[in-house]
Design a protein around this ligand. Structure first.
Ligand SMILES: Nc1ncnc2c1ncn2[C@@H]1O[C@H](COP(=O)(O)OP(=O)(O)OP(=O)(O)O)[C@@H](O)[C@H]1O
Ligand SMILES: [Mg+2]
Length: 330
């Protein structure tokens, strides 16, 4: 496979928890690719559909959820797989790290036991070999004196260390793709930076592609190769990271950038985009961002805007995208 062949290709993914209700689906017609070895960031405010997209890829949504579209993993449509077949991919070829490691680790078992059991669930190896592999993995994620930490319980570790353990567990099967859903949000800024560096290093060393979910444009600026901006279950804009920061082509993206926290600013001074996401039960007829958009014109209320392809791999779902690009080029 060439390096730019997508590992993951999502096409028109729609996830509707209440299809007959007339409410907006949690995820609507989302399409994006993640290519081998790249860091693709999915960014958007709370409730924009980031986690639901990740859960759909992992096959972790309830069986009665209405899901349409295609999720191609290494060219195979995994939405057509049986639960059993999906399970072979989940955790082996696609790893996932969740936001709060305390809820994913079992508090009554040591870190070593949890690693050893997971290793032995996937590979037929002795307990001794699994312990050696556990030490190797803890070392790889930057845990000092890993052998002595095997006997620690989760509560004996700091939040950052626990998240490193979760990354180690996700790496057990050397997945081709790692989905990290807000892996650093609950941690302080320094630890957040260290974990992002770790993910970046692992990506370069192992070639694992990473889909990193965040609501923070600062995180995007730090690590992303490419960015997918989501708003209200839809893709607002997609581009290489430099294009997004230098020439944003959706007012929502610019809004997110303006509210990125700076280390020198206290939380009382944080900007937010005025207004809130549309109520799924009473969505506006046109662009879902129009009611909050300073640049909205009458035409923005006439039907949902389609994705417009701009230069390179840049696309935007704003009818004024070309105008915005023209302005940023001046
Ligand atoms: N199991 C569910 N049943 C019904 N609605 C759901 C379910 N899970 C999520 N939703 C809804 O889907 C929408 C998208 O939620 P999602 O969790 O994907 O947001 P998010 O972008 O991950 O937000 P956050 O940044 O807060 O994690 C929300 O409106 C949420 O209330
Ligand atoms: Mg989420």
């Amino acid at each position: 496979m060439s390096s730019d062949t997508p590992i993951l290709s999502i096409r028109d993914l729609t996830v509707d928890f209440a299809p007959k209700s007339g409410r907006l689906p949690a995820v609507s017609n989302v399409s994006f690719d993640v290519t081998a070895g790249e860091m693709m960031c999915v960014v958007g405010e709370s409730g924009s559909g980031k986690s639901v997209t990740a859960l759909a890829i992992m096959g972790l949504l309830a069986a009665d959820t209405a899901i349409s579209g295609n999720i191609l993993f290494e060219g195979r449509d995994i939405t057509r797989l049986s639960r059993r077949e999906w399970q072979k991919i989940r955790g082996r070829q696609i790893g996932m790290i969740f936001q709060e490691p305390m809820t994913s680790l079992n508090p009554v078992f040591t870190i070593g036991r949890q690693l050893v059991e997971t290793i032995r669930h996937h590979e037929r190896v002795s307990v001794r070999a699994a312990r050696d592999r556990a030490v190797e993995l803890l070392d790889m994620v930057g845990i000092p004196s890993p052998r002595s930490r095997l006997d620690d319980y989760p509560h004996q570790m700091s939040g950052g260390m626990r998240q490193r353990v979760m990354i180690a567990i996700a790496l057990i099967c050397s997945p081709r793709l790692l989905i990290a859903d807000e892996p650093t949000t609950a941690l302080d800024v320094t630890i957040q930076g260290q974990l992002l560096d770790l993910l970046n290093d692992l990506r370069s060393e192992t070639g694992t592609a990473i889909m990193l979910i965040t609501h923070n444009m600062g995180v995007v600026a730090e690590v992303a190769d490419r960015v997918t901006v989501m708003y209200s279950g839809c893709v607002a804009e997609q581009a290489e990271v430099m294009q997004i920061f230098d020439h944003p082509a959706h007012p929502y993206t610019s809004g997110l950038m303006n509210c990125t926290p700076k280390l020198t600013v206290t939380s009382a001074q944080l900007n937010t985009i005025p207004g809130s996401m549309p109520n799924p039960a009473a969505a506006p007829p046109g662009c879902l961002f129009a009611p909050r958009c300073e640049l909205a014109i009458d035409a923005c209320s006439e039907g949902r805007p389609a994705q417009v392809n701009l230069t390179g791999n840049h696309s935007s779902a704003c009818i004024r995208a070309e105008m915005l690009l023209g302005e940023s080029a001046e």
